[in-house]
Ligand binder design. Structure first.
Ligand SMILES: [Zn+2]
Length: 326
């Protein structure tokens, strides 16, 4: 259900969107920029629903014909544009947007267009949409969703109101999960793996496989010390085969070393997040503090390199040689 009450965090963005609706200062074009699963669609669709609502300018009433048809995916004045190709081309923009601007809204005040992965528009597509953003019909509102707003032409950026969605704090995510009836202790370490994203937190919380996946990675960590080089390379190969999860895998490593460091410093489990793997934490905490810190640094570096698309095998090789160092 698209309503503001379902959105966690991002209060500043919500309040300026709502204000613009209440004060009739809605802009023709917005960019909502943020990492994957940080709520871009939820926020933009709820705002679209508000703009089209017949009864309220502050919060979708959920009852009018617009709100009802929006929820069922049949609102005639709402357009969600996504492409299953790598990039959005001129023809996508012409077919889905420019054509629909020739006629007035069917029923409501606006025609609202949300473009998913808008930063994947080709230069030609961006130029095509630029013309409409520069001289839009009164009723048109565009909301461009992006993961990296630097992918937009400066001319597009200068015409749009840019909102950057920030990752949420683990505390907020933890509270959200507890409200969803997930036990306190589990919510705490899920909130760390979620890395600021409610969407990721929910994926993990409702995944049937995450618990066994995590257990498997933790047993890899436990064996790390005794691996010879051949075994090390086969471990890297194993991770290469599930490369799409590497960020999560390295997060599991990080949290184990983090907990071990905390245990080493405090000599008790109070501040340790993963109380379910006490023996593993105790064993790893036998390393020197310096060594633990070096390993955490190596993991953070590897995560950064992989995010920047560095060579997978080389990055992992360097990482695992460091993790194996005694
Ligand atoms: Zn309504």
């Amino acid at each position: 259900m698209y309503k503001f009450e379902n959105i966690v965090g991002n209060e500043n963005i919500l309040s300026s969107l709502i204000k613009s609706s209440e004060n009739n200062t809605v802009s023709h074009a917005y960019i909502l920029d943020g990492k994957e699963k940080t709520g871009k669609q939820l926020i933009s669709k709820t705002f679209a629903k508000l703009l089209l609502c017949e009864n309220s300018k502050s919060s979708p009433c959920l009852k009018c014909s617009s709100c009802v048809s929006f929820e069922s995916g049949n609102n005639p004045d709402f357009f969600f544009i996504e492409s299953n190709k790598k990039s959005l081309g001129v023809s996508d923009i012409r077919e889905n947007i420019i054509k629909n601007l020739e006629t007035k809204p069917f029923k409501y005040k606006y025609k609202v267009f949300i473009i998913k992965n808008a930063d994947s528009m080709t230069i030609q597509a961006q130029n095509a949409i630029l013309k409409t953003i520069e001289e839009p019909p009164k009723f048109a509102v565009f909301i461009l969703l992006s993961k990296n707003y630097n992918g937009f032409l400066p001319t597009i950026l200068s015409r749009c109101i840019l909102f950057k969605i920030k990752p949420l704090s683990p505390k907020i995510i933890e509270k959200f999960l507890i409200n969803k009836n997930i036990s306190d202790n589990i919510a705490k370490f899920y909130s760390v793996y979620a890395r600021g994203s409610i969407g990721k937190a929910l994926d993990i919380a409702y995944s049937k496989t995450f618990i066994s996946f995590r257990q498997d990675i933790i047993s890899d960590i436990e064996k790390l010390d005794n691996l010879d080089l051949i075994q090390m390379y086969s471990l890297i190969k194993k991770y290469e085969n599930i490369k799409e999860n590497i960020d999560q895998i390295l997060d599991i490593y990080l949290l184990v070393y983090r907990d071990s460091l905390i245990f080493k410093q405090t000599n008790n489990f109070d501040k340790v997040i993963q109380k379910d793997i006490k023996i593993c934490i105790e064993n790893i905490s036998c390393m020197t503090t310096k060594n633990l810190v070096l390993k955490i640094e190596a993991l953070l570096k590897a995560k950064l390199y992989l995010e920047q698309n560095s060579n997978f095998n080389m990055t992992m090789e360097c990482l695992f040689l460091k993790l194996k160092e005694k």
